[in-house]
Design a protein around this ligand. Structure first.
Ligand SMILES: [Zn+2]
Length: 270
């Protein structure tokens, strides 16, 4: 599943390719895509110029010159493919945007769970989302406020988009390992007066996990636009059940929390 770093890089590639272009045609090639983007909405896209490509959490937003918005969710397997108008269609093409400048952007999606929706001018409303984890608003105080009333274990709480926007299952495990915090710690146990050091480690861990995402390996080479992303690392605990913890040598364990796999070191994460 594309997580925040993958979606961020996908949005950057899209921005570099399509900003300022005027849409010449919008087509769909799957019943699900046709349902989300009916003929009247595809027609409304034609002639509109792309003024901005924004990402919030894992949502990509194309802001058009009439203040309408194209909202894109990759879900399980979505991604962009770029080509020239007239090129052969890529495999699993679900939605196609052609521009007057000759660019063809295809949403490719083997599982066909991705969603592309058009919102008439002035009607788009973002869901209730917490701060961007790599943004200035994601402070230790903001995290403390978000966790203060939550008694559930911290790992599933980090997946709640209202706490912090766009942290997925992999990065929640990675962040908790970096912070040396057990995934089973009640979230509000991290908010007391003597917990500031742990809470700061958690905030920093979330940011480090995202900044060093393995996804950056595939994208860093081609895109230079003031990236907040660092040299990519392999996973530290995710998908490493039974392997030695890089910090203390104990075995990484896997268990299920709220229906999702959690990976952690039982010794150095408290
Ligand atoms: Zn360990």
């Amino acid at each position: 599943m594309p997580e925040l770093p993958e979606v961020e890089f996908a949005a950057r590639r899209l921005r570099v390719a399509i900003l300022g272009h005027t849409l010449a045609a919008a087509d769909v090639f799957h019943p699900s895509a046709a349902r989300h983007l009916p003929p009247a909405h595809r027609k409304a896209l034609v002639g509109r110029q792309v003024r901005q490509v924004e990402r919030r959490a894992k949502i990509q937003l194309l802001h058009l010159d009439d203040a309408s918005v194209l909202e894109v969710h990759f879900r399980m397997t979505g991604d962009w493919a770029f080509a020239q108008v007239g090129d052969e269609a890529p495999r699993f093409e679900r939605v196609r945007l052609d521009t007057r400048e000759g660019l063809r952007v295809s949403l490719v999606d083997s599982r066909a769970f991705a969603v592309v929706r058009w919102h008439a001018p002035g009607t788009f409303v973002l869901p209730d989302l917490g701060p961007e984890p790599l943004g200035d608003d994601f402070t230790v105080d903001a995290l403390r406020d978000a966790l203060a009333s939550r008694r559930a274990p911290i790992k599933p709480v980090l997946l709640d988009q209202r706490v912090v926007a766009g942290v997925g299952n992999i990065y929640a495990s990675e962040a908790l390992w970096l912070a040396r915090i057990s995934p089973e710690t009640p979230a509000n146990a991290l908010t007391g007066p003597r917990q500031t050091a742990r809470l700061t480690r958690l905030r920093d861990g979330i940011q480090e996990a995202l900044r060093t995402a393995p996804a950056t390996r595939y994208y860093n080479s081609g895109i230079h636009d003031g990236s907040p992303y660092d040299e990519p690392q392999d996973w530290r605990v995710y998908d490493r059940e039974g392997q030695a913890c890089a910090r203390c040598g104990s075995r990484i364990v896997r268990y299920v929390q709220a229906g999702r796999s959690t990976y952690a070191c039982g010794k150095c994460q408290r």
